[in-house]
Design a protein around this ligand. Structure first.
Ligand code: FCB
Length: 477
């Protein structure tokens, strides 16, 4: 089937007025220019430069060189008709001298870069949405304890206030954190993400300080810009027990608690889930939660960002045979999951993306509808969804990524179904605008709707980019 006939047959999507379509990226994955204009190292610079950490020894030193090519990238977005762009701000560009004791001076050159980006976006008619933390913690803060230390949350809030103050005249949507689950569990549990530590007590301390960071930052942003829209992006898991057996159902409940509710509940209900406090009591006593913290964390959220890629299946592990660990989060000697030695993640049925992630768009509908059911009235945004595929380049230079189109079409329809069921979804961002540095996988995984040739830095919109542009124009998929 050609792309044209696919589009001709496509039904109109059922979406509310004002629904926005965009694409997302993150600073360390695209910017490069890691020593330019006063930027200091983040934990991802240190980690990627540590031999054996990232596939092929890849680093974000150059990445997509977006720091120097952002005008070309915004022109591509405009050409595609994107209505909004979610990017992240690199903290080490804004306050490069930050330490646990203080934020240090604001780096004007760092502010200028994002200021120029905002101007370029607004001139192109594209609404910016900025994530303040997409995993690039200033190394000095990691050296002082990282996310398991409370000071990191306090400095983050001050940095957020600076960004709101200095850029909030043109930037109105702030996502405090991207996927704090990954920061805590992959950064401090399995160590497959920076800073690469492996201590389950640290994971849970990091969880709390990330929740605290979100709330302190929200307060700081609102103080600087009372009209700002403040959100939090979570990689919520659609967790299914492998069977109806009570032990498998209990396993699913624990993973739901550790991935979803440990972030949702403090922010939206003002408490940590009791079952998780009990399940993790042998790992930590949670004494890092101070009096008053939960009241601080529990404050209104303007929008919940949902990132979804793949379903999660779990089952109880009886200790016999090798424990299956196909949770999609890479190979590691240490599990990312505290207090889960009796749970396994069986390999799921295909089809798979190039990440080995099972494809099932129903999860996106289920998660959005669940959020609507459990937290009625909470505005939702799909802040990431997309797929890596190997992407053959044809002789004429084109990339006919029908697999990515099929993935995106199924998931966009899944969003439309959630809306039909009442979920207040305001928009959708494809991950990603550009092929980029995919963390521990380096440049080996391509998520972009626009191809990047890493030798020449040439950008080529793939068939999926043209398909997405048509979707935005016609509202059909
Ligand atoms: C998400 C991250 C994003 C990208 C995609 C594939 O977990 O937020 O940076 O790596 O996965």
């Amino acid at each position: 089937m050609t792309i044209e006939t696919t589009i001709a047959a496509a039904p109109r999507l059922n979406l509310p007025t004002g629904f926005v379509w965009g694409a997302a990226t993150a600073a360390y994955q695209i910017e490069g220019a890691v020593t330019a204009d006063g930027r200091t190292p983040s934990i991802w610079d240190t980690y990627s430069h540590t031999p054996g950490r990232v596939l092929n020894g890849d680093t974000g030193d150059v990445a997509d060189d977006h720091y120097h090519r952002f005008r070309e990238d915004v022109a591509i977005m405009k050409e595609l008709g994107l209505q909004t762009y979610r990017f992240s701000i690199a903290w080490p560009r804004i306050t490069p001298q930050v330490t646990a004791d203080g934020l240090g001076p604001v780096n004007e050159a760092g502010i200028d870069f994002y200021s120029r980006l905002l101007d370029e976006l607004l001139a192109a008619g594209i609404t910016p949405a900025a994530t303040l933390y997409h995993w690039d913690l200033p190394q000095a803060l990691e050296d002082a304890g990282g996310w398991p230390a409370r000071a990191t949350a306090e400095r983050f809030a001050e940095y957020a206030g600076v960004v709101a103050d200095r850029l909030g005249d043109r930037l109105h949507t702030f996502i405090t954190l991207n996927e704090p689950w990954c920061s805590a569990y992959l950064g401090y549990g399995s160590g497959v993400h920076a800073p690469g530590r492996t201590d389950h007590a640290d994971v849970l301390a990091a969880v709390h300080h990330l929740n605290l960071a979100h709330s302190l930052a929200t307060t700081a942003i609102r103080a600087a810009r009372p009209d700002a829209t403040v959100g939090l992006t979570l990689n919520l898991a659609w967790v299914n027990p492998a069977t109806d057996a009570p032990a498998d159902v209990a396993a699913a409940q624990r993973i739901d608690g550790l991935q979803n509710r440990v972030f949702l509940d403090p922010v939206l209900r003002g408490s940590y889930p009791q079952d998780i406090l009990v399940a993790t009591s042998s790992v930590t006593d949670w004494s890092f939660v101070r009096d008053g913290d939960l009241a601080l964390i529990h404050q209104p959220l303007d929008v919940l960002g949902v990132n979804y890629y793949s379903p999660t299946v779990v089952r109880a592990y009886d200790g016999v045979g090798e424990r299956e660990e196909a949770d999609g989060h890479g190979d590691s000697a240490v599990s990312p999951w505290p207090a889960c030695a009796d749970i396994e993640f069986p390999r799921q049925p295909g089809p798979y993306t190039d990440m080995g992630w099972s494809i099932d768009a129903r999860g996106l509908t289920e998660l959005l509808v669940r959020m609507h059911r459990e937290h009625p009235g909470l505005p939702l945004m799909v802040t990431e969804n997309g797929a890596a595929f190997p992407d053959a380049v044809e002789e004429d230079g084109s990339i006919r990524d029908e697999d990515r189109i099929a993935y995106l079409r199924d998931h966009v329809r899944a969003v439309s179904e959630a809306v039909a069921a009442g979920a207040p979804v305001q928009g959708y961002y494809v991950w990603s605008l550009l092929d980029n540095f995919e963390w521990g996988y380096g440049y080996s995984k391509r998520f972009g709707i626009v191809r990047v040739d890493y030798t020449t830095q040439e950008r080529t919109p793939k068939a999926s980019a043209h398909w997405y542009a048509e979707l935005i124009r016609t509202q059909t998929a």
